[in-house]
Each structure stands twice: as C-alpha cells, then as structure tokens.
Design a protein around this ligand. Structure first.
Ligand SMILES: *Cc1c(COP(=O)(O)O)cnc(C)c1O
Length: 428
C-alpha cells in the first residue's frame, strides 16, 4: 500500500499495524487472482458498449415521460440494449419493479397457472421468494395470494454434495407431468451452499433438455450479472430476472428490476407487472432513464470492484483465522462472501466496523434488531447512497450460530479495502 495511505489509515482510522501487515500479505495473494476477473470486466465492458452503439443510444433516450408513458423511447430502447447484452429475445427493464423479488415474482405469476408445479432444483430459494411461493405459509396467514393460494404446487430438489442432483430432477420430471417451470438460483444468497457457475447451470440444463425440451427454465440471476463472460440465457435458460440495486444497476440506478429471455415468456411476465393487454408498453419513467443507461454502462466495472472486495475479504479473514465461503481462490459467479465468526461479539463488532467505514451514516452504530419475517435477530451494515443497495459495501448477519456474516458490494475496491480493514481492526 502507498506509504501515505498506510500512515493515513494508522493515524486517521486507527488501523493497527498487524491489520496492515495482514493487508500486505493479502494483496500479494489476491492480486494474481484479480487478473482473470479483469479480463472478464474488459470483455463485458466491450459487450455493453457495443449494445449501446448498435441501438444508437443518444441524448433523446434519456426521456422523462409522464402519465401512461406510451412510446417512451428511452424505456423501449433500454429493453433492446438489455436483450442484446443478455443474448435474449426480449427484455423488460423497469423502475416499476420495486425490487428483485418483484421482478422474480412477476415471472412466476406471469407464467405459472393453477394446476402447474414449480420445481426448485438448486434447493430452497432466497428468503423473500418463500412468501411468494407459499413455502411455510400457515393457516394463520390466511389466503394472501401466494402461488400456493392460486393452486400452483411447489417441489424442491435438495442439492447432493453441493451439486444439482440431476438424476433426482429427471426422476421428479418423469413422475410429475405438471412441472411447468424449473427454478435455478445462481447465487447462494444467504444460504450455506455453493453458488452455481454458468458452466454448471449449462451442464444441468443440457442434461434436462435431452428428455424435457419444453420445460421452462428460470434463473434467479441476482448478484451474478457481469461476474462471468456469459449470462444464463447463453447457457440455455429461458428467462432470467434480477435487481437494479445490485450488479446490473452499476450503483447508479436508484431502483428497479429486469427480466430477459424468450419473447413470449417476457410478455407473460409483463402482463403481471402491469395487466394483460398493456404489458411493457405502458409505464412512464419519470426521469430515471439516464441513470439506468449509465448504471448499465458502469455495471461491468462496478460488479468487478465488488467482486475484488469479496475476494480480498475472503483472503484477509481466512488469514486472520476465520472460516470463509467461498475461499479466495474459488472461481466466482456472484459477489456474496460469507464469513463465519463462531463468536457473537466478534460478528457484531465486524458488522459495526463496516458501517463505520461507510460514506453515508458512518456515525450510526448498527445494532441487532427483530426484522419482520425473520426468526432470529438480524444486524445490517448499509451506509449506502441508495437504500438497501447491496452493490454498495454492505454486510448482514442473522444473530445465530455459527455467527456467519454475508458481505457484498463495494462501488470501488479502495473503499472495500478500507471498510474491511476498519472492521477487522476491531476484532483482531
Ligand atoms: C437479493 C436477492 C433476491 C431479491 O432481491 P431484492 O432486490 O432484495 O428483492 C432474490 N434472489 C437472490 C439470490 C438475491 O440475492
């Protein structure tokens, strides 16, 4: 590290000499690992640039429509840019998706019908999707309009040795003719499993397609965009969805989500976002289009900065004696880094440290709280420009054994480094 930076960190941030020494060793180990991802970043930047040029993006696409938003040329052209980048027939990129969960649920509600079965093949889906499907829904919850309430069944295949159990998937497909859609989640999210690379997803899809060419394959792409040089549609998925306050928004999009894939399926999903007949042709964009375009343009760069932060965190925490998942050397497909503390106080101190290193609300001391929908208390560090944006350096942890924190984001690796150094200094 630059000598002036070192002095600065010691004097202004009270980073210990031992933390700086760990930092030095960490950088030596991770810098060679960064090369591969810098190549991916470069390639993805070229891919994004070309899509902008092919759609002849101009000033007049940064529209500001109101009311119905008919003919919003910025909105409609951004869909085309996304479709090119994700190698999809069609895309739907909207500020009207309130989150990734909303985009994902539009796909599920839009395509599935009463009597159909949804089959999850990468184990239990991300927390917020459980309520949509109706997993764990009780009598007491009443009829809230979950997929289950609409007569859509759900089945789940557990992972075997941390891999998709293709034999079990095929067996279920043979036994249940009603399976219309397979659900694959690329990122492990906040589960203890592995994340699935595009190569692994491709292998599973190939094997399934031999016997079941028509089953619809959906991939939850949250946290995965621009971490590899291909996206799931290129691996044979029919439709994908994700959030714009994660990778694809480049840290600039203020809200929103996207869907990309087969044209007929994207249309069906759009009927759920708005209504049948209107679909993606309505919805004014009240001035967010420039930030969507610019965020997408920045996304390959910002996503890899967040990834470097994750790899750095893996290495420095491992060197400090903590368990990390995945390890720094493992090939990545998403930006989430799990760190296990096995000590409640260390976990809380670390998460607080991430908050103290934030550009926003650095003076706030985050505390564990009873978050709606969670059984255990949760502590969250998120000093973000955009509320809840986890492409910005953030860290969350349920307060339960084995005391694992999930760290993700970082708009710049320089900020990622300092955030982690502040946090680790508190617990060394
Ligand atoms: C974040 C995430 C979601 C939900 O996205 P929100 O924008 O938080 O609603 C869904 N699936 C995975 C794997 C995620 O990481």
């Amino acid at each position: 590290m630059y000598r002036k930076s070192q002095e600065y960190l010691m004097n202004e941030y009270k980073i210990s000499a031992s933390a700086l020494e760990l930092h030095q060793r960490t950088m030596e180990a991770v810098e060679p690992l960064f090369r591969e991802y810098e190549n991916i970043r470069e390639y993805n930047q070229f891919k994004v640039l070309k899509a902008f040029q092919e759609e002849r993006i101009s000033d007049y696409h940064f529209t500001n429509t109101t009311g119905y938003g008919y003919g919003d040329i910025g909105r409609d052209t951004l869909d085309l840019v996304y479709a090119r980048i994700f190698k999809a027939e069609k895309a739907l990129v909207r500020p009207h998706f309130v989150s990734g969960t909303h985009a994902i649920s539009s796909v599920l509600y839009g395509i599935l019908r009463p009597g159909d079965t949804l089959l999850a093949i990468t184990g239990r889906p991300y927390d917020t999707i459980l309520g949509v499907i109706g997993i764990d829904q009780t009598e007491e919850d009443g009829n809230i309009g979950s997929l289950k309430d609409f007569g859509i069944s759900y089945e789940e295949i557990e992972l075997r040795n941390n891999q998709i159990d293709i034999d079990a998937v095929l067996k279920t497909l043979r036994a249940d003719q009603k399976v219309k859609m397979l659900h694959i989640q690329r990122s492990k999210g906040y589960a203890s499993r592995n994340s699935f690379t595009i190569g692994e997803i491709e292998e599973a899809i190939r094997a399934i397609r031999v016997e079941f060419p028509d089953v619809i394959i959906f991939v939850d792409n949250c946290y995965g965009e621009f971490i590899e040089d291909r996206e799931p549609v290129e691996a044979g998925a029919d439709i994908v969805a994700g959030s714009l306050i994660k990778n694809a928004g480049g840290g600039i999009s203020p809200t929103g989500g996207y869907i990309a894939g087969r044209g007929d399926l994207v249309d069906l999903s759009s009927y759920r976002l708005t209504v049948p007949g209107l679909g993606g042709e309505t919805g004014s964009t009240f001035g967010v289009m420039r930030s969507f375009f610019q965020g997408l343009f920045m996304a390959p760069q910002v996503s890899i900065e967040a990834l470097k932060t994750a790899i750095y965190a893996a290495k420095i925490m491992e060197q400090a004696g903590f368990e990390v998942h995945p390890k720094a050397e493992v090939k990545r497909t998403d930006i989430v880094q799990a760190i296990t503390f096995r000590d409640k106080d260390k976990l809380i101190d670390f998460v607080k440290g991430i908050q103290y290193g934030a550009p926003v609300d650095s003076n706030a001391s985050c505390e564990p709280w009873d978050m709606p929908g969670y059984k255990d208390q949760v502590i969250m560090a998120a000093g973000a420009f955009i509320q809840g944006a986890s492409i910005e350096l953030s860290c969350d942890a349920p307060i339960r054994e084995p005391y694992t924190a999930y760290l993700q984001g970082g708009l710049s690796f320089d900020h990622g480094k300092i955030g982690i150094l502040i946090a680790i200094s508190r617990i060394l």
